[in-house]
Design a protein. Structure first.
Ligand SMILES: [Zn+2]
Length: 221
């Protein structure tokens, strides 16, 4: 197993693209894996392909269409509206167990391509409340993955304790601020870059971006 080879769970969004740049900084060889689960916007897969091509990263697209069979939700079914959780509930974009499955498949792929490191952009601080984005889940999963394949994978979560402004800061430190801002797709309505400006994903992204730009201006003045 190659110590300096990594597989990045990659959706073409802000977070996972920042993770891809992080991986390119830290490892000699990087491959990316995107899961196709009939996302509301198949454009997500296209964007991921384009970014991987541009960054000269080998890109795998795995068919996970079974996920929409198991968990019909706003990301996979057009008739379900994208909205934030009400009364502290989970947002309608929640797919139960998604990261459990993604990490399992990404690590099986890592085994096949001889990579020791698996990188995912999950984050406990983004208030979404997804249980399988928590640090404790990732640590538990890492142990389980190693036991299941009798191997020594290391799952990395560079964004785990960052807020959205700090994620922009990390992209900036990796000299990828403009790239991430212009090329990635976070918007639920499928608009690249700064997005539609209306959906919950755009609001979250814009708030972080404005906070980071504000902090940077404060530091420089
Ligand atoms: Zn949007």
């Amino acid at each position: 197993m190659e110590k300096n080879k990594a597989v990045v769970v990659f959706s073409g969004g802000q977070d996972s693209t920042t993770c891809l740049f992080w991986a390119l900084e830290h490892y000699d060889e990087v491959e990316a894996v995107t899961f196709d689960y009939n996302q509301r916007h198949n454009q997500e897969i296209q964007v991921a392909k384009e970014i991987a091509d541009e960054l000269k990263v080998k890109h795998h697209v795995l068919d996970m269409s079974l996920l929409s069979q198991l968990a019909p939700n706003a990301l996979t079914r057009d008739e379900i509206e994208v909205k934030d959780g009400e009364d502290g509930g989970l947002p309608s974009t929640f797919v139960p167990g998604r990261n459990l499955l993604f990490l399992s498949f990404a690590t099986i792929l890592a085994k096949q391509v001889g990579a020791k490191h698996v990188i995912t952009g999950v984050c406990e601080t983004d208030f979404s409340g997804y249980p399988d984005c928590r640090d404790i889940f990732i640590k538990s999963m890492n142990v389980t993955l190693n036991l299941s394949m009798d191997d020594q994978f290391v799952v990395h979560t560079p964004l785990m304790w960052l807020d959205k402004a700090q994620t922009w800061e990390l992209a900036d430190q990796l000299n990828a601020f403009e790239y991430v801002r212009e090329k990635t797709l976070t918007c639920y309505n499928g608009v690249r870059g700064d997005g539609c400006g209306e959906c919950p994903a755009c609001t979250l992204r814009r708030n972080g971006l404005e906070a980071y730009i504000g902090q940077k201006a404060g530091v420089n003045s």
